[in-house]
Design a protein around this ligand. Structure first.
Ligand SMILES: [Zn+2]
Length: 263
């Protein structure tokens, strides 16, 4: 299993694969641990037991079952503090969060800032600390979440907001969708050598069974068509696909999202 040490910290961030293509990210310092979006408690439980870790916190980005399904089981056994956005569809929450709130994980010596990033859902949040971002299903490598409750305008704004974070921010996306997203990116942003390079890297990683994540924000800005809605190559590809030149970045984003839905 791959373990990533962040530049900012003694924290280790470990991907726990779950379901078909989810990652539950586990943060650990010493014997303290926190998890982000535990859709499956058995996957987390196995790692906690194996490594003799204490689960002190759960961070939820949005209400979908593949991100929340393990909360009840983990709460029953470990009594962690559960952080989640204000949303009645998420149960067992200790602390409800709004944009700009701070989450202080004392055992991990980590302070995270809450960013409201609606779009995939209407109440989705991301968690950010210098050097690390947990964006849930808002952004994937070379892609973004589908519109399942929020609007295209919301998701576009949320991606612009995430894109404004420092380039060296590690982006811990929650799904291994990178290769299929890159196939779409080849159609939607055909002349992009940085993307071709990232594709070759990811094909090699997947051939070895390794995650393509985390990505970085700088990389996403060079390979992710949904962050490149002002780039002439993307605008031309959307124009060819729809027959209409998008008048602005939001129109380009909206057309891209609809195109990807049927790709
Ligand atoms: Zn989701």
């Amino acid at each position: 299993m791959t373990t990533q040490h962040t530049a900012v910290h003694r924290i280790e961030i470990v991907p726990l694969p779950a379901f078909k293509d989810n990652y539950i990210w586990l943060l650990r310092v010493g014997n303290a641990a926190a998890v982000v979006d535990p859709g499956d408690d058995e996957v987390v439980e196995r790692y906690l037991a194996q490594q003799r870790l204490d689960l002190t916190a759960i961070l939820i980005t949005h209400h979908h079952p593949d991100h929340t399904g393990g909360v009840a089981g983990l709460v029953a056994r470990h009594k962690p503090v559960v952080y989640a956005p204000v949303d009645g569809r998420i149960e067992g929450v200790t602390r409800r969060l709004r944009d700009g709130d701070e989450v202080a994980l004392a055992e991990l010596d980590l302070h995270l800032r809450v960013m409201a990033v609606p779009g995939h859902t209407d109440t989705h949040v991301a968690y950010y600390a210098p050097g690390i971002l947990f964006p849930g299903d808002t952004i994937f490598s070379a892609g973004c979440g589908r519109l399942l409750g929020g609007t295209a305008a919301q998701l576009h704004d949320s991606l612009l907001r995430l894109g404004a974070l420092p380039g060296d921010t590690a982006v811990y996306c929650t799904h291994e969708y990178t290769l299929s997203n890159l196939a779409f990116a080849q159609a939607a942003d055909p002349d992009n050598p940085a993307r071709d390079q990232w594709l070759a890297t990811c094909q090699a990683l997947r051939a070895e069974g390794k995650p393509t994540l985390p990505s970085t924000m700088a990389r996403e800005k060079s390979v992710n068509p949904f962050l490149r809605t002002s780039s002439p190559g993307v605008i031309d590809a959307v124009t060819r696909h729809t027959g209409v030149r998008p008048p602005d970045a939001l129109a380009c984003f909206t057309a891209l999202r609809a195109w990807k839905d049927n790709f």
